[in-house]
Design a protein around this ligand. Structure first.
Ligand SMILES: [Zn+2]
Length: 77
């Protein structure tokens, strides 16, 4: 089963979800059912760490470190 990255057009939450063929994906924050699949971020099961790494790289680029633990922040800086 693949893990897909989704983005909610209503509250702009981005999240990953393990999806079966019959799964109806809804936003975990606001419950919207018309979330958009992020095709570019699709990854095979077990590769969700790569998605996290990418999100962290983006966060670092934007200058905030909210995804990092204190120990990891020390390494980055
Ligand atoms: Zn939402």
């Amino acid at each position: 089963m693949p893990i897909y990255a989704y983005r909610c057009p209503h509250c702009e939450l981005e999240f990953d979800k393990l999806v079966r063929a019959d799964t109806v994906v809804t936003c975990p924050r606001c419950g919207a059912a018309d979330v958009a699949k992020q095709v570019a971020l699709t990854a095979p099961q077990g590769k969700s760490k790569a998605i996290v790494a990418r999100a962290r790289a983006q966060a670092a680029k934007e200058g905030h470190f909210s995804h990092y633990s204190a120990a990891e922040r020390a390494k980055v800086r």
